[in-house]
Design a protein around this ligand. Sequence first.
Ligand SMILES: Nc1ncnc2c1ncn2[C@@H]1O[C@H](COP(=O)(O)OP(=O)(O)O[C@H]2O[C@H](CO)[C@@H](O)[C@H](O)[C@H]2O)[C@@H](O)[C@H]1O
Ligand SMILES: [Mg+2]
Length: 222
Amino acid sequence: MESVEDLSLGPCTASQYLRPFRLRYRQNGISKIWDFMRSHDSVSILIFNTSRQCFVVVKQFRPAVYMCEMERKCPQNFERKKQETWNPLPNSLPASVGVTYELCAGIVDKPELSLEEIACREILEECGYEVPLATLKRITSYRSGVGVTGSKQTLFYAEVTDEMKASEGGGQPEEGELIEVVEIPLKDSMDFAYNESFPKTMGVIFSFMWFQTNVAPNLLEN
Ligand SMILES: Nc1ncnc2c1ncn2[C@@H]1O[C@H](COP(=O)(O)OP(=O)(O)O[C@H]2O[C@H](CO)[C@@H](O)[C@H](O)[C@H]2O)[C@@H](O)[C@H]1O
Ligand SMILES: [Mg+2]
């Protein structure tokens, strides 16, 4: 699917996405420190296409996932030899080890927009469906990466039909996004959720299960 080449690893000294800090504190009289990162909150959306009885999810290359595999297979690349410079990395792993299945999602980085507005924009940009704001259903919110970022993720549900398809989706090319839209038939969805050979986020697994309990029993048999 993807080709990833010319890799090199460098230090992250200033980022608009991640800001590392160390907190010193005393808890019940005991002095402690904790290292953490500030990152954006996010929204994600479980999309179900009723015309085709399938979930609409996205698939994309995630550098963080790819580099976990890199560290597992070639730990020497993470040695802090010349941390202040860019160290070239061998092209030893296929890009596919860093590709994950995810819910359509986006970071919350526009204070002037509501979470629902951000969610609707992401659905259009990434998956190509025009979803009316009022039809979006909030499922719940939860904390992710509680040891490191603790950021809040809010999960929505959107029902779409083929008639609501306005574009191919795929993300914003000007932001470098390269997203594949994938349809998972409802009948295969629980097998997919538990099949570890399809790397995926917890959001996919949880929301597919939520659907089984909360939506599937109300679907008309056809
Ligand atoms: N660390 C980084 N380095 C460089 N560029 C970056 C970056 N983070 C974001 N970007 C840029 O900002 C864009 C953000 O895209 P989205 O708003 O779709 O968020 P995304 O779905 O990637 O992650 C959001 O949603 C998922 C799913 O909830 C969360 O896991 C995730 O933390 C949250 O950012 C990326 O395409 C990229 O251009
Ligand atoms: Mg996204």
